[in-house]
Ligand binder design. Structure first.
Ligand SMILES: Nc1ncnc2c1ncn2[C@@H]1O[C@H](COP(=O)(O)OP(=O)(O)O)[C@@H](O)[C@H]1O
Ligand SMILES: [Mg+2]
Length: 312
């Protein structure tokens, strides 16, 4: 098993390069992006020392599927996926806010609640909930997308007072986020899964709003198995997670939460393999299809992609 940790292509008309935590982003002629989802894995805003074979392919294929399934709600940046690791699409002026939508009290929201918080990004949370309980309705809990470091929660009120968005745009983006979440929830349910929470990113070309980045992937979303959910909640048992949460839990169990001075535990081959298998399991559950492992055609990738870009 060979993982793709980083790329270094030089495309015709390439004007910029950005290495994100997980993806390598190439800008072509200022208006096209080639995004390579590598096998890097991040948790608690840290890139972990080992890459996970097939993770990039899983991410690209799941995102691509959901981008195609949501074009009636909002146009998106995708133009083509010339390779199972690569998405080519329109570069947009990204809005530096992550639109997080939550239907369950999990992860960050649970940690705030457990510590006594009842207000999350301006949303009031009812008393008496326990971890992973369903919220009365989905809530949007935006976060600022920091250039470096941790993303921070922000309320609608603050987005408006800091003039990050006009009231009209905030309303529009919030409603689009909720509709996308509804679509993802329905789709997940048809596959026996619960879409727990997720985040969306948006950008503009002129005045038009575009959905950008990845959607409903195991990196941007949490999923539970629906079967037995109620029973596990009633018995106070852990839910069956199908997402990166599995990795976060493993890290926390081994003393790493991304805080200063903490060391990432050694990732043995077994751990890497187990994570890879989880990603593939998620792909197969969500898509209802068998996963076909594809290695990266590194040698001729640049020319394959040049041709794909030229054909747009
Ligand atoms: N269509 C797009 N236009 C502009 N920026 C985009 C688009 N799609 C994705 N991005 C940006 O590309 C980057 C993807 O790489 P990622 O590994 O997620 O990086 P990060 O560590 O910044 O989250 C993100 O910063 C995301 O906001
Ligand atoms: Mg990102």
């Amino acid at each position: 098993m060979k993982a793709l940790t980083s790329t270094q292509y030089f495309f015709n008309k390439q004007t910029a390069f950005y290495r994100g935590k997980v993806r390598d982003v190439y800008t072509i002629a200022d208006n096209i992006l080639v995004i390579v989802a590598t096998d890097r894995i991040s948790a608690f805003d840290h890139v972990l020392p080992k890459s996970i074979p097939y993770k990039g392919q899983v991410l690209t294929e799941i995102a691509s599927m959901f981008l195609d399934l949501t074009t009636d709600i909002v146009p998106n940046w995708k133009l083509a996926t010339p390779d199972p690791h690569v998405t080519v699409g329109k570069r947009c002026d990204a809005i530096p806010i992550e639109f997080v939508v939550r239907q369950y009290l999990t992860g960050h929201a649970w940690r705030i609640y457990r510590d006594g918080g009842r207000l999350l990004c301006g949303n009031v949370l009812p008393d008496g909930l326990k971890e992973n309980d369903k919220l009365p309705q989905p809530i949007v809990t935006p976060a600022t997308k920091a250039i470096s470091g941790h993303d921070e929660d922000i309320s609608a009120e603050e987005i408006l007072s800091r003039k990050l968005l006009s009231p009209e745009r905030w309303e529009a983006l919030k409603n689009i986020s909720l509709r996308l979440f509804q679509r993802g929830t329905e789709y997940a349910a048809s596959k026996g899964l619960i879409l727990v929470d997720t985040k969306y990113e948006f950008g503009f070309i002129g005045d038009t709003i575009y959905l950008i980045d990845e959607i409903h992937t195991p990196d941007s979303s949490r999923y539970f198995y629906a079967d037995g959910f109620e029973e596990r909640q009633a018995n106070g048992e852990a839910q069956k997670q199908l997402s990166k949460e599995f990795v976060r839990e493993w890290l926390m169990k081994n003393g790493f939460q991304g805080k200063e001075g903490q060391q990432v535990p050694t990732m043995t081959d077994e751990v890497v393999q187990a994570i890879s298998e989880r990603y593939i399991e998620l792909y197969e559950q969500v898509s209802g299809k068998q996963f076909h492992k594809q290695s990266v055609a590194e040698a001729d990738m640049a020319s394959i992609l040049d041709q794909a870009i030229a054909a747009l």
